[in-house]
Design a protein around this ligand. Sequence first.
Ligand code: PLP
Length: 430
Amino acid sequence: MERQEWGFKENQELHAAAAFTIRNILEAIMGNIDETATGKQMIHLGHGDPSIYPCFQTSPILETALLESIRSTNFNGYPPGVGINFARSAIAEYLTKDLPYQLTTDDVFLTAGANHAIEILLTVLSRPGANILFPRPNYPIYEARARFSPLEVRHFDLLPEKGWEVDLDGVKALADDNTVAIVLINPGNPCGNVFSIEHMRKVWIFLVTSFLPYVIAEIARELRILVIADEVYGHQAFGQKPFIPMGVFGDIAPVVTLGSLSKRWIIPGWRFGWIAITDPNRILQKTGLADTMKSALVIAADPPTVIQGAVPYIMKNTPDSFFLNINKLLKEASHMFYERLKEIPYVACPHKPEGSMFAMVMLKIPAFADVVDDTDFCMKLAKEESMILFPGYAVGMKNWVRVSFAAEPKVLQDAIGRLKAFCFRHAKNQ
Ligand SMILES: *Cc1c(COP(=O)(O)O)cnc(C)c1O
């Protein structure tokens, strides 16, 4: 038999999922940039990676840690699927500082960044007929990954007028007997919000009571949905509200926390993250979910062994002054951004950022003469001002843009100037 066509072919479903990622969307926008034509150097406020800016360099401690790890020659081999124990235990210790109970080595699994942790969790939770609750707006990798699982995705809103709190009525309308988990990102990407302890408690009590007509004493055990707490921006809170990890509620019901070195230590290229189980009642052990995670990890890629080898040193030696300085820079940048944005009547930021590196900005599309939507806005802004913002549709909010304010102060000033010039130039009746 002679075949007429090749046995392999392009995968359209993969293209469709990739189209939804930050990387691919930014690449398309970047294609519109012509620094020579505009005479302006590119300003990239489209992603949460400020590592190019001198003021956002990681601590020199990390360089030492990695060099020591390499020189020791102890970390040239394969790691165990769940990660090297002494690195797991360093993460357990780090997280325990903010929890009312002790995490152990067994509670922590190491991943190649939090994106990998998201992939693992969605794989572990997948079963036909089940559904998962995502926030809107959301961090796009959740959406892209969920396309490859049989999980049905349902979205609840974060409310801009309430500082991006969870719309509990929305959650109530979505959840049913087939709901497996809810994702909460705090401090928020893309909204730059931080949940107050009162709000978190409210969410918690709501989750516990609204699904379950069972007796109070049994509530913790009867809560059947998992909370996935994406705390990649943990401790990057610089407003009034302190960062409180969701794991503090772990004794009521299990929480799976996602974390990473990428954002707090500003080394997104190192690819190191973790999944931590905050579950003193051992529900995830009893239900077999913890073992399922191990199985998923054993057949997955690992974070490089040398990075794992550097983690205990990083956790022990990164000085508080490094974190304080980064938060100070983020606070000043977010303040300047929020205040100066008021100079532009064609956009609005409903909530001053108080965490992470992002703000959501609404575009008043009818006020523009020739900008039809958020994508058009970002494409034209790139072309005319050599400046990159992330279109809101890709996080679930059409006609908004997500702005990363993590940039050198003078770059951010320049960026706001360009944004302002662009908006005034395209506004009606100009
Ligand atoms: C950046 C980010 C991640 C991914 O972090 P990595 O550790 O670099 O993979 C996950 N979740 C959110 C909300 C993020 O902003």
